[in-house]
Design a protein around this ligand. Sequence first.
Ligand code: SF4
Length: 458
Amino acid sequence: MIVDTHAHLTLDGLREDLPGVLGRARGAGVGAIITVGIDAADSRAAVELAQATDGVWATVGVHPHDVAELSDAALDDLAGLARADKVVAWGEIGLDFYRNRSPRELQRKWFREQLERAKQLALPVVIHDREAHAETLAVLRDAADSGLRGVFHCFSGDRALARKVLEMGFHLSVPGPVTYPKNDELRRVVAEMPLERLLLETDCPFLAPQPARGKRNEPAHLVHIAAAVAQVRGLEAADVARITTRASRDLFGVGEVAGARIAYPIRRSLYLNLTGRCTNRCSFCGKQRGPEVKGHDLYLEREPAVAEVLAAVDAEGGPAAWDEVVFCGFGEPLLRLPEVLEIARGLRSRGAKRIRVNTDGLASLVHGRDVTAELGAAVDAVSVSLNAPDAETYQRLCRPGVDGAYPALLEFVRRAREQITEVVVSVVTVPGLDLDACRRVARELGVPLRLREYNELG
Ligand code: SF4
């Protein structure tokens, strides 16, 4: 399922064709739509539509274009409406210094007032910011300090603005223009931001994506936006759907997400999550941001038994259905070496095409013996996290819980080369890390080096 987090189903062009619009959305996999209010009457229509329609939720708010006639009494009414069932946010609200359809002073006043109402109701906000980046940020910063959350809808800024919005704890939402050939800057934002804070939207009936450009937009076209994001991030559209649905769930409570996973697909690979334990405490570890990886919840209440892991693989179509099966997860898989070997044998007997282990390379040190031969008999490839060109840097970045980690890691790679068909080392491109020195270490070890992008905006 995928969530269109910003649509205007109540506006001309869509409301007279709603059965068709909703049917095509469902057919395209758009399982939830948030229809966004732009003034008092439209907010009421949005709430009524949401309450009458499965798979539709609503927001209430007054758009900066329409605040000239707004009053405290009207805002009180809106606050009452916001308590209704299926209202998930306050918005869209903000500043529009491009069209200036309402006086700027009034835009500022009612933006602040509406933020206050959202805070009182503990609702996230949907922000409209056009040609008013600095001022929108300044107003929001105070509100964000007191715990307000929300999304910059139709994000149109650059990476510098994206960084500030993300630092405030807000989400970014991208619409159809991410598919436009000339919109490289928006694609750069998408390329570098943490995907768990990205939302997808159509803003229909406006802003149709490239394949439908110039026509009326509708939620079914969200698939083109998901495909563009997938291409930018080197993922499958299904990955983007899952990740952004989780983000929508986190912010709005809209979208169905799976519980904790033992086997989890990314692209054409099936990953296995055996443990949350790790020998290291890397400064860049994704665990610090939460229990999720690419939209999968990897928090394990307990470590799964071998049979449970193999059953989880079978539930995903079996190992033969995937290009490779990868021991990875949210910890160091080789801390459970006996189980890894047994599971690998089970995968092999079920037709696995390729089995890989992602590891910190400290297994021989931790287990007190060279484990590479056992591993080589069970798997096709290992990817070892090198992450540093010397012991001192490794200590600082990876903070191992054992002595002698870096030389042990290098020795593991040397021995693995003799025992395992494919061995690569990887480095997370942490700012300031001497990548040339890392390349030299990989060359001396005689293995390829793979760079893993450190997300600058995340
Ligand atoms: S080795 Fe991997 S799982 Fe362990 S702390 Fe480092 S990044 Fe996290």
